[in-house]
Design a protein around this ligand. Structure first.
Ligand code: ZN
Length: 667
């Protein structure tokens, strides 16, 4: 429910500051192919951590990379075999590497790496190979005997047959979402069978329910629906065992007792697969706000389960950015004020907002579902009752947002889409800070605000739950960005700053994010749907007063915001309505909003956006290679330092991970 994905669709340049000139020599771009740009990020402040903290980070990063294969297998049961086959061809290829076929093969492999499988990480569609069947057959026939893989016919169908396993996650209303999705979270079962199974299992009187299905695959055993847990001794045992080994090593360097208990609980959970233990772990984890080093490691977000139950495996290791965290601490300290003053009906407000702990962090490694594409903000845990009783941790990952901003500087976007020079200037000045504030508000207040009425099923909004939840958090952020409280708290130095964010948000939701959609396709991904929902709703509801308009000049469509204050009120109105929908579990109203505003794309405008983008060469999607950490030993064999380096290339890193961190493919 709670990750904010990249905001890089609109990539305005930022004000040059002292940091930028220091970083001038850093090579941010690692690779560029298809619709992807792969960037590098720096880990400022790592050198200043204590030796203990550095070793803690080191072993947590090892635990992170060790889980990589799990996500590949969750995404599709043939992904690991396909990866092995493609990497074998890549490694052993002796022919001409300048041919179109070979270059297309290399591009396909890079796409598969980026998707952690053969579906696009965002559109969920299968990648389309641009190399010939003949080329592929020849490569396969030339592989040495020991590199031959099983299921070659199925793998070939995966690559070349467009209709076969076409969609990673299907969300089309009215179809069997399980049968038509290619993910490996269910096998041999229908949507109805799974829904009946969970309905029978759920005890609606339980006020502290486990996160049903979070760490299991559902199959049929002798005709009976059965959950197979991901745990040591269960599914993914070899990878989980290796994660546990590294967690144990990390634990020797825990900063304090609470962190030690957190790591021990996580190990216990991975060993037993018990979701009550996972809840216990989540509670200690969320209450540990004293440790500088922190991490996520487990089955967390369920966006890629068509029913929103099973979590994708992921890990992020990080440490607190002490300076920048003052900003989020200010927001967090005033959480109750924000809750009390929101435009939401008082029946749906929290009387007491508990423990919103917010910080700005520096990511040290990205893994699983957060790699190579990564969120820029996270708010966990996801269990509603834990959030209500124990609060949640909210983070903004600022070394990642910084890399986005630095890499996008001067890419021509602003000149193409923002005709008003004064607005461009405002964005240069205030977009970086308002982007970060938007993330802070979204994560540390938005998701945590509001409450369900008694007896309302938290999953009542079903397939539209993610979109509406993201809309709720975004609207909370948008509404408050324009509040005088922002200036009063010293978070921005101008009452005009929010206009930069409003313009960007509307432009993105109405127009520029469409560059991520292929012609003729609908908007599918929850965050994109949420942005479209908000922007289209505001455009239409403000139409009679001409609050926002799209106009044409020389055949190009542009956005103009005529009344920023009225736009703010519209955001407030929609926030109140979506909070009502969530609080009452009003599925029909939620579905209608999503279907009316968030899904369908206007074909002419879409075509225009794609045309305009094609002249800019801006990659619609970005992701990252990780830095490398190395233990430094003294002559007597004790560790005296941990160093970080950034030089690794994208293909190089992927091949290294497959070679050194692939417990599920080792025979
Ligand atoms: Zn979110």
């Amino acid at each position: 429910m709670s990750r904010l994905l990249t905001i890089s669709v609109l990539t305005a340049s930022i004000t040059i500051n002292a940091m930028a000139s220091e970083n001038k020599k850093f090579d941010y771009v690692a690779d560029r192919f298809a619709d992807i740009e792969v960037l590098r990020y720096q880990v400022p402040g790592f050198e200043d951590l204590s030796l203990n903290q550095k070793q803690l980070v080191y072993y947590l990063t090892e635990a992170a990379i060790s889980g990589r294969d799990i996500l590949w297998d969750q995404n599709n049961k043939y992904n690991l075999q396909l990866r092995q086959l493609l990497e074998s061809i890549y490694n052993d290829y002796k022919g001409d590497k300048t041919t179109d076929d070979y270059k297309a093969f290399e591009k396909y492999l890079k796409q598969v790496w980026f998707g952690n499988g053969f579906h696009h990480h965002y559109s969920m569609d299968k990648f389309v190979p641009e190399f010939s069947v003949e080329f592929f057959d020849k490569c396969v026939s030339e592989l040495p005997a020991e590199k031959k893989v099983e299921n070659i016919d199925i793998l070939k169908k995966i690559i070349f047959a467009p209709e076969f396993m076409a969609k990673k996650v299907n969300q089309a209303e009215g179809q069997d979402l399980i049968v038509t999705s290619a993910t490996n979270l269910y096998e041999g079962v229908t949507q109805k069978e799974v829904e009946d199974y969970y309905n029978a299992l759920k005890d609606t009187t339980d006020t502290t329910p486990i996160s049903y299905g979070l760490n299991t695959k559902i199959v049929k055993v002798n005709g009976k629906i059965t959950e197979l847990p991901f745990k040591k001794g269960g599914l993914y045992s070899d990878a989980i065992t290796r994660i546990i080994d590294n967690l144990q090593k990390a634990n020797r360097f825990a900063e304090n007792d609470m962190q030690r208990r957190t790591i021990e609980k996580l190990i216990e959970y991975y060993t037993t697969g018990n979701l009550r233990t996972f809840d216990e772990y989540s509670i200690i984890w969320v209450e540990d706000t004293a440790s500088r080093v922190d991490f996520i490691n487990g089955f967390i977000e369920s966006y890629d389960d068509p029913l929103g139950m099973t979590g994708n495996w992921e890990s992020i290791v990080n440490f607190k950015d002490l300076g920048a965290s003052e900003r989020t601490e200010t927001i967090s300290k005033n959480a109750q004020w924000f809750e009390d003053n929101s435009p939401v009906d008082s029946r749906f407000k929290k009387e007491t907002v508990k423990g919103v702990s917010a910080k700005v962090i520096t990511a040290a490694i990205l893994a699983g579902d957060s790699y190579p594409a990564t969120p820029i903000g996270i708010n966990l845990p996801n269990a509603n009752w834990i959030r209500a009783a124990h609060g949640s941790k909210s983070v903004t990952i600022e070394n990642i947002t910084k890399a986005y901003d630095e890499a996008s500087h001067g890419n021509g976007f602003n000149e193409e889409f923002i005709p008003d020079a004064a607005m461009r200037e405002l964005m240069d000045k205030y977009l970086f800070i308002t982007d970060n504030l938007h993330t802070d508000l979204h994560e540390c207040l938005g998701h945590g605000s509001g409450k369900l009425l008694p007896g309302v099923d938290p999953d009542a909004l079903k397939a539209h739950g993610s979109t509406l939840e993201e809309a709720r958090a975004d609207l909370f952020a948008l509404y408050y960005l324009a509040d005088p409280k922002m200036v009063e708290l010293g978070l921005v130095d101008s009452p005009e700053a929010y206009k930069a964010q409003y313009y960007k948000y509307m432009l993105n939701g109405l127009m520029t994010q469409l560059m991520r959609i292929e012609p003729g396709k609908d908007v599918e991904e929850a965050h994109m749907r949420n942005r479209k929902l908000i922007a289209e709703w505001a455009l239409q509801h403000g139409a009679s007063a001409n609050v926002v308009e799209l106009y044409k000049e020389n055949g190009k469509t542009y956005l103009r915001i005529n009344d920023f204050e009225a736009l703010r009120n519209l955001f407030g109105e929609l926030l109140a309505e979506i909070q009502r929908i969530k609080s009452e579990g009003d599925y029909e109203a939620g579905r209608d909003l999503v279907e009316k505003y968030a899904v369908k794309v206007e074909p002419d405008l879409h075509k225009e956006i794609l045309d305009r983008y094609s002249h800019l060469d801006i990659a619609p999607y970005k992701g990252f290679v990780n830095p490398r950490y190395t233990l430094v030993y003294s002559p007597d064999g004790t560790v005296i330092d941990v160093t970080v380096s950034y030089g690794e290339g994208y293909a190089e890193q992927m091949m290294r991970y497959s070679r050194d961190y692939s417990p599920l493919t080792e025979k």
